[in-house]
Design a protein around this ligand. Sequence first.
Ligand SMILES: Nc1ncnc2c1ncn2[C@@H]1O[C@H](COP(=O)(O)OP(=O)(O)O)[C@@H](O)[C@H]1O
Ligand SMILES: [Mg+2]
Length: 251
Amino acid sequence: MIVVSVLARKGGTGKSSAVRCLAVEALKAGRRVVIIDTDPQPTCYRWGQRRSAAGIPVPLVVVPAPGGLAAQIEGYRAQGVDLVLVDTPPTATPAVNAALDHSTGALVVTRPNPEDLESVQESLRVASAQKRRTGVILWQAPPDKRVKAVALAREALEAMGADVCPTAISASISYPYAYAEALTPQEREPEGRARAELADVWGWLQRSGIMATVPYDIKTAASLGPLTDAPVGTKGKRGRSKASSKAEVTA
Ligand SMILES: Nc1ncnc2c1ncn2[C@@H]1O[C@H](COP(=O)(O)OP(=O)(O)O)[C@@H](O)[C@H]1O
Ligand SMILES: [Mg+2]
């Protein structure tokens, strides 16, 4: 099972949007995916609740269980989950270190602005201190390819030794609109630019090994039950999460 923490020391860079969009890419690729939202401002969790209420039970989105992240992640491993995405707060809280402790890799999301780039170094340092495979995705980039900001940001990140995704995610109003509708841009506009960019990012994550998951075995999948947010062996004892226990994976 792959566990990836998504980090940024700046607020508003697009971390939570990246988590939701990549979870939906994983679903499209037939993976069983869970989001653990460790941010005290749980935007992913709220989005998941609105999706459940609207009858879209995937991905399963939960908050940290009282028994700790390790037990929670092990519970998902036992349920046959392929990928856990951990959304983190923008501050350097113990929650970020705990998330990295239990992750196989990390992703840093940054806008191509000097103010944001300055803080990437710190995220890279924290992730590399824990020897986690780490990638950087440029997010909310100017959509006009003639603008030099993305090339300059890429240069600055590469000078830090970062492994940068070749595709930058453009700024688009589709992201907040999709959040409001409990969707992702690729679900809302299946022919849109965001969809193409996110597919490129997903491809890079597979190639780079940061999110490479084993090929999906449909027979195993059929024998696995619906995902629940109750850690294994504690059926019925729920934490803060009220995520739907009806959750099941549909590609
Ligand atoms: N590519 C994008 N283009 C335009 N707006 C975006 C994009 N990605 C995210 N946003 C918007 O930016 C704001 C912050 O995004 P969010 O994912 O919540 O960031 P973070 O989790 O890093 O605080 C939200 O209003 C979100 O809808
Ligand atoms: Mg967030």
